[in-house]
Design a protein around this ligand. Structure first.
Ligand code: SAM
Length: 228
């Protein structure tokens, strides 16, 4: 543990880095003040392992154990901005991981539901939600490719692990008619992009390819099953 002056220096460095990161995100096209505000209010250092604490505000993904990662701040910011979250919305996240993205989303929506397949990660994430007094997240251990039928429909769905070929149809089924889903899809090592899914006025699924990304794979029973 750090004490006195030393702790103060660490804190001030983190503060300076946090401000620098917000400016960097703004420069990269994150213009939504609510999204920037949410990122500013969530201490990322709480969600990274102690050994990486001094890198908490670097714009990069970091390891969090169980072979998983906390996503890069720019990716968290872009996905959050694209979701266009309203304060009354019910949002589902697949892949809680460190809980960082969940904490950012929870600042913007009414209630966030989040599913993680690794129990150790979920236990840690929930401890952090309590520590930060974030009370509008309901999380569980499970296979997120099945969604969370008891809580559906969701106004927004965000998937933070990459499906190889198809988005699990269970997730599309649990999306509200005017809902929006953002998810990475494609081979983790090569051609992976973020996609936006929504329905047109006739209820047909629309899929739009956005930017290249690199996420860990989505692992679950419904992965790879074609959508209806
Ligand atoms: N949103 C996270 C954050 O802010 O730290 C990043 C998550 S990490 C890139 C992806 C997470 O998805 C991993 O923790 C992984 O265990 C989880 N995951 C992969 N397949 C899953 C599934 N079918 N259901 C639930 N979680 C899954």
């Amino acid at each position: 543990a750090q004490h006195g002056a030393a702790a103060n220096v660490v804190f001030m460095t983190l503060e300076a880095n946090r401000i620098r990161l917000i400016m960097e995100l703004r420069g990269q096209g994150i213009t939504d003040a609510k999204v920037l505000g949410a990122i500013e209010r969530v201490p990322r250092e709480v969600f990274v392992p102690d050994t990486f604490r001094d890198q908490a505000y670097e714009n990069m993904a970091l390891p969090i154990g169980s072979g998983q990662t906390i996503s890069q701040p720019a990716v968290v910011a872009f996905m959050t901005q694209e979701l266009k979250i309203g304060e009354r919305m019910k949002v589902l996240e697949v892949g809680t991981g460190s809980g960082y993205q969940a904490a950012v989303l929870a600042k913007l929506c009414r209630r966030l539901y989040s599913i993680e397949r690794h129990r150790e990660l979920l236990v840690e994430a929930e401890r952090k939600f309590r520590e930060l007094r974030i009370n509008n997240i309901t999380a569980k251990v499970g296979d997120g490719t099945k969604g969370w039928p008891e809580q559906a429909p969701f106004d927004r769905i965000i998937v933070t692990a990459a499906a190889t070929r198809e988005i699990p149809h269970a997730l599309l089924d649990q999306l509200a008619p005017d809902g929006l889903m953002i998810a990475p899809m494609g081979d983790t090592a090569r051609d992976q992009h973020l996609y936006r899914f929504s329905f047109d006025a006739e209820g047909n699924l629309e899929q739009e390819k956005m930017w290249p990304v690199r996420f860990v794979p989505l692992i679950g029973e419904e992965e790879g099953k074609a959508s209806g």
